[in-house]
Design a protein around this ligand. Structure first.
Ligand code: ADP
Ligand code: MG
Length: 704
């Protein structure tokens, strides 16, 4: 079998307005200015913006583009675009020239009144602005609409308040850079001009057959199954994880990779995940805001490519009850622009001290703001994972691995770490801090926030969610810790002593957040409670963390969110929760009343007919009669649960206050949904498969 060989190096980034493309198409002067702003910040003068816009447009048009869009990330968690063609007014001869100005490149004004703003923008002042994020490259998106030039942008209100996930992220990256620079300067690094947060998100997803998907209103409207008895087989044999990839899935992955590579996304790792029909894709890590953009492209491309293969990609955190859900491990590290990863233990005692200071600042940050970190990883779907027995628990803790934990213990107990475990080399040169081996950490899959050699892996994030918020939060809390440390150390007379004391102090005060054991165990829940660590069980319980005194102080100090922006985000979160659960409840009501109940009625009728016929024929119909009795009983249970859910939804409709309403959905409506699901799933086990109106779990996850 011959297949055309694709030159990956050639197609990589072919749909991206890369630096190389810019170098080819811009004068040296303009190119230097643009890249300088990309690297160091600043604003492009209008005349230069025109030049860049023209080059961008020419490149896009040569590649088939007809339109451009400011591509942005509103608080819906996905991306938004409004296309404008390059078409201009024809001249008197009817001749038209395609054009694109610097102004159009830099700023857009979508009528954005229908995006969630949480009260920041009244509908009468509907204006929202999109502003070019020069640090994230423009790219071409190709689908049935044609080729569209996409310009990554931030989205703000008329008054400059953030209405998106991008703006606060960019603000947090700046704050982190400024504060981290103060730290590296203290250790004699005079070359670095900025510190960059890098992110590598591992994306999990499910693939189901499209025909079957279309027969499930719950998958269509809610993205997850709301009914469904377990299949005889689940994931217990552990035969799917890292298993051989089937042909149909393989063809999908191949196509997906190609599309992503063209978009400059470094799709790197692919494998089958724990649940049947579940898979994962991980790119190579990159600068946080680009990683956030690229993760959106990954999710979008996953869905698009699935369609071409007769499948649907489910990104929901819990599409199927009883089997593994999907998350997104957010690998995060910070490094200087002169190549030092601050989370890399390093080779010299000096590097080691810097590393230990950074580490203790992060431990302090995570302990101080565990609630915010938890909040940043919450969304409606993730409530089915966090705290359930598969994903990390809802309790934030830090995993350091045996070696580092031992060092921390020694430092806390004696103020010195005189030796390292696992035969690592001991360096007693300057202070009493040892060298570490880089890969001396073991894995702990149950930890929500694990140190993995030279990065932290934040494992709570949901598969469908933007990674904007988790990274904004991480950057912000660590910036604060760096700032507080720098404030002290910059003033110290004896720097070595001061660093040493500060490390010891931070570790001593915040060691309760360190946990190396099994995060899934009940003992840990009890232990965490003893340690006073927050255990926030649901998305809406986490919402309040956004406006505590310490949260407002943190975000306002570093200019990441104003109090008003935080309030607005709370509003949006409550509303999102309410709407999502409401859709789920209505979908259940519809499926129950229009599909499941009628099917069961038909089935019981046929059972009743059978009972009569068998009796009339003079034989024993007790088995049939017993089954009929059982089906009828469950049908009646189901009918009353259905009425219960209908009533709960209608009561919810009467509540005005969003917070109260959201809690009502969580405590009453969701309970009523569980109440309806139970008899329905039991009926599924009793009723003839031929009359069951929707594809089963077995059909959906084992027959892709
Ligand atoms: P695993 O979690 O299985 O060890 P990898 O080491 O391959 O997997 O990394 C998973 C993700 O972490 C990838 O996206 C990878 O690019 C990213 N990653 C690796 N090193 C770093 C780093 N220093 N900073 C941020 N992300 C990183
Ligand atoms: Mg990982």
């Amino acid at each position: 079998m011959k297949s055309k060989v694709v030159n990956i190096e050639e197609i990589f980034g072919s749909k991206v307005f890369t630096r190389a493309t810019m170098r080819e198409r811009l004068t040296k002067n303009v190119y230097m200015e643009v890249t300088k702003i990309m690297d160091q910040g600043g604003e492009l003068p209008p005349a230069m913006a025109d030049v860049v816009a023209k080059a961008m447009k020419d490149w896009a048009v040569e590649n088939g583009a007809t339109h451009y869009t400011h591509w942005f990330q509103p608080l819906t968690g996905i991306t938004a675009e409004k296309h404008d063609s390059f078409v201009t007014h024809p001249d008197e001869n009817g001749k038209m020239l395609m054009a694109f100005s610097g102004k159009e490149l830099i700023k857009g004004e979508p009528d954005a009144s229908s995006f969630p703003s949480g009260g920041l923008r009244a509908t009468f002042e509907a204006r929202g602005y999109t502003a070019w994020d020069i640090t994230s490259p423009a790219f071409l998106k190709e689908d049935a609409t044609g080729v569209i030039l996409c310009i990554p942008t931030a989205f703000c209100s008329y008054k400059g308040e953030a209405l998106d996930k991008k703006t606060p992220l960019l603000r947090s990256m700046e704050a982190l850079s400024q504060q981290a620079l103060r730290i590296v300067r203290l250790f004699g690094n005079t070359e670095a001009t900025k510190v960059v947060a890098s992110v590598g998100p591992e994306q999990e997803y499910f693939l189901v057959d499209r025909e079957k998907y279309l027969k499930r209103p719950d998958l269509i409207f809610a993205g997850r199954t709301l009914f469904g008895a377990p299949a005889p087989k689940g994931q217990e044999l552990e035969d799917h994880y890292f298993g051989t990839i089937r042909e149909r899935i393989g063809a999908y992955m191949k196509d997906l990779n190609l599309e992503l590579w063209k978009l400059g996304v470094t799709a790197k790792t692919q494998h089958n995940e724990v649940a049947p029909a579940q898979h994962e894709l991980a790119p190579i890590y990159e600068t946080a805001n680009i990683a956030v953009d690229h993760n959106q492209l990954v999710m979008e491309t996953m869905k698009k490519v699935a369609g071409r293969h007769g499948m649907t990609c489910l990104l929901h955190e819990k599409p199927f009850a009883g089997v593994n859900g999907s998350g997104k491990h957010n690998n995060w590290s910070i490094g200087t622009d002169n190549g030092v990863n601050l989370l890399d233990p390093g080779d010299t005692p000096n590097d080691n001290i810097q590393f230990l200071l950074v580490l203790s600042c992060i431990i302090k940050a995570v302990d101080t703001h565990a609630d915010l970190l938890r909040q940043s990883a919450s969304d409606v779907g993730n409530d089915h994972r966090l705290g359930a027995n598969e994903a990390p628990p809802a309790i934030i803790s830090v995993f350091l691995g045996e070696q580092l934990e031992d060092v921390v213990k020694q430092l806390v107990e004696t103020g010195e770490a005189a030796h390292v475990l696992q035969g690592g080399r001991l360096d007693t040169g300057v202070s009493t801090l040892p060298d570490f081996e880089k890969d001396a950490t073991d894995r702990n899959r149950t930890s929500p926030f694990a140190f993995t050699g030279n990065k932290f892996e934040f494992r709570m994030v949901g598969s469908a969610d933007s990674i904007g918020s988790p990274n904004t939060t991480l950057n912000a809390i660590v910036a604060e810790a760096f700032c507080e440390a720098a404030d002290i150390l910059e003033k110290a007379d004896d720097f070595d002593l001061a660093v040493h004391d500060l490390i010891k102090e931070y570790l001593t005060r915040h060691q309760r957040i360190i946990f190396n054991g099994n995060g899934y165990s009940d003992e840990w829940v009890a232990e965490a409670e003893r340690r006073g660590l927050p255990n926030i069980k649901s998305m809406i319980e986490a919402v309040d963390t956004l406006t505590t005194e310490k949260a407002v102080k943190l975000y306002e100090k570093f200019g990441i969110f104003t109090k008003a922006e935080l309030e607005s985000r709370k509003e949006v979160l409550y509303e999102t929760y309410i709407k999502t659960i409401n859709i789920e409840a209505l979908t259940m009501i519809e499926m129950a009343s229009k599909q499941i109940v009628p099917a069961v009625i038909r089935y019981s009728k046929s059972l009743a007919d059978t009972v009569l016929a068998v009796k009339e024929a003079g034989a024993d119909a007790s088995v049939q009669a017993q089954l009929l009795g059982e089906v009828s009983r469950k049908l009646s249970d189901m009918k009353s649960a259905l009425s219960g859910l209908e009533e709960a939804v209608s009561r919810a409709g009467e509540i005005g206050d969003v917070r109260e309403k959201a809690f009502f959905y969580k405590d009453v409506v969701k309970e009523a949904m569980t109440g309806l699901r139970k008899p329905a799933d039991e009926l599924e086990m009793l009723v003839d498969k031929k009359v069951w109106p929707i594809p089963t779990y077995g059909d959906l996850i084992f027959e892709v």
